[in-house]
Design a protein around this ligand. Structure first.
Ligand SMILES: NC(=O)NCCC(=O)O
Ligand SMILES: [Zn+2]
Ligand SMILES: [Zn+2]
Length: 508
């Protein structure tokens, strides 16, 4: 690996930069792009903060100057959906916080939000375990928290997570029967709690009971290979669960974030909800935008198994429809669901697709693939690119404009992007620990030439210079923009209720 890999706090370093040597940087003459605006300007950084954004900034000799003429200077990507070192399906996703984040930085992503899994149902134990897992972080990160059971302790722990631990979103799995899946009854209780805390409810929307049935059906038919994964959990099950979650969130009157929208069926439910004024966010992922399920029928198991993730990658046609939905604002942002397993781990399911660990890579590829697929093809503007890869995530999770913007006062998380260069994606050159890549051999137009994270140049000239332990945990406050005005909407709903009828007790 090209990045330095020293232990945390071990006092010495083979790294080129120590954690103290933050520098002054001037990025000169590029087109600075924010979600709302683009202009040719210089960007001046001191320590870990952007100090000024304006034309023709003059600086002294102690400043590192990066020439960005003809290039785009954009906020580093924020990946809203990542699973590093996730204990899942009898194994652990192979990228830990250090390797996954190093890969992210090489691809222009400077922050991610990971999903804390409870330990034996305990949110606190889960949080403590992720504090340990994330100690060697080399870029900034935040946490969502999964909720997999319900009782008074969990309810109390949700309060602690929001009020003391910097978490403002909770994820509920409507799939994975027998492990993470929760019932509608629990979902309703948890939605109510989210609403009262100003925390965003998130759902993995697939009907887990029906998936279980679909899996049994495939095994009975003798379909045990990776194609059985797609066949057992068709789009209709994603559409059903998406619709159900939206309706229950509407019933409780709390905003909802649907993670990894993979199908037309789910996307249309999000579209319908948004059209009727509901506060529903649709997140899609890179794999959904550009891959199709033909890979699952590949005769080589090790190739087919790479593509097993849930909800499954869909038949060709869904991807183009999701691209259109992203370009029209029906879907709001793009994550990755980066959850990688190497070929040995994927081979756990060689005789039974139900045992193939679910997950694909993407944290390093997202910024390049979204550019190539959406901007290079003319489907979205450069400003929209910034919105769907960075700013919208920062807004939703209430950390904008600290993150997701190139503005004076924002964190110095910046990329310099050359639209005239290109990149070929391969497991041979990527920075993930995985030995495979679902985008193997894909050549994409555009290249992240420089990544600055927390004021450090961490990627330049195809070289990573990252420091374990330098990434910060970003606390995310509750009551983000999706909650604004909800109390008024609630009051108007209550006042619209027709007065209950006063009935006298009948004597007959
Ligand atoms: N998506 C997937 O296949 N693996 C990660 C867990 C999840 O997000 O459902
Ligand atoms: Zn999921
Ligand atoms: Zn996920």
């Amino acid at each position: 690996n090209q990045f330095c890999d020293v232990g945390i706090g071990d006092g010495h370093s083979t790294c080129r930069f120590s954690t103290k040597s933050l520098s002054k940087i001037l990025i000169k003459g590029g087109t600075v792009v924010n979600a709302h605006h683009e202009e040719v300007a210089d960007v001046y950084v001191e320590d870990d903060i952007i100090v000024a954004v304006k034309p023709h900034i003059n600086v002294g000799d102690d400043v590192t100057v990066i020439d960005a003429a003809g290039k785009f200077v954009m906020p580093g990507g924020i990946d809203p959906h990542v699973h590093l070192a996730m204990d899942f399906m009898g194994t652990q996703s192979i990228d830990d916080f250090f390797s996954g984040q190093a890969a992210a930085l090489a691809g222009g992503t400077t922050m991610h939000i990971d999903f804390v899994l409870p330990v034996d149902g305990s949110l606190m134990a889960g949080f403590e375990s992720y504090e340990k897992k994330s100690r060697n972080s080399c870029m900034d990160y935040g946490f969502h928290m999964a909720v997999t059971k319900w009782d008074e302790t969990v309810s109390k722990e949700m309060e602690i997570m929001v009020q003391e631990k910097g978490i403002n979103s909770f994820k509920f799995f409507l799939a994975y029967k027998g492990s993470f899946m929760i019932s509608d009854e629990l979902l309703l209780q948890a939605f109510k709690k989210c609403k009262s805390l100003g925390a965003l409810a998130m759902v993995h929307a697939e009907n887990g009971d029906a998936v279980y049935e679909g899996q049994k059906r495939m095994i009975e038919l003798g379909i045990t290979g990776p194609e059985g994964h797609a066949l057992s959990r068709p789009p209709v099950l994603e559409g059903e669960a998406t619709a159900r979650a939206i309706r229950l969130a509407e019933f409780v009157n709390t905003p909802l974030y649907v993670v990894h929208v993979m199908s037309i069926d789910a996307m249309e439910e999000v579209a319908k909800a948004r059209k009727s004024g509901l506060r529903v966010i649709g997140e899609t992922v890179v794999s959904a935008l550009v891959l199709d399920d033909s890979w699952l029928w590949h005769p080589d198991f090790s190739i087919a198994a790479k593509y097993v993730m849930s909800p499954p990658i869909r038949a060709s046609g869904h991807n183009k429809a999701l691209q259109a939905a992203l370009s029209m604002g029906v879907l709001q942002l793009v994550g990755t669901d980066h959850c990688t397993f190497n070929s040995t781990q994927k081979a756990f399911g060689i005789d039974d697709f139900r045992k193939i660990p679910n997950g694909v890579n993407g944290i390093e590829e997202r910024m390049h693939i979204v550019w190539d697929t959406m901007v290079e093809s003319g489907q979205i503007s450069v400003t929209d690119y910034v919105r769907v890869t960075s700013t919208e995530c920062a807004r939703i999770f209430n950390i904008y404009p600290r993150k997701g913007a190139i503005l004076a006062g924002s964190d110095a998380d910046i990329i310099v992007f050359n639209p005239n260069s290109s990149v070929e994606i391969s497991a041979k050159s990527h920075h993930s620990k995985s030995d495979t890549n679902v985008y193997e051999g894909r050549r994409v137009k555009g290249k992240v030439e420089v990544t600055i994270a927390g004021g450090r140049i961490v990627w330049q000239n195809d070289e990573l210079k990252v420091v374990p332990g330098s990434g910060k945990y970003i606390e995310m406050p509750p009551f983000g923009y999706l909650f604004k005005g909800m109390d008024k909407a609630e009051a108007s709903y209550l006042s619209s209720l027709r007065a209950p009828v006063k009935r006298s007790k009948s004597t007959t």
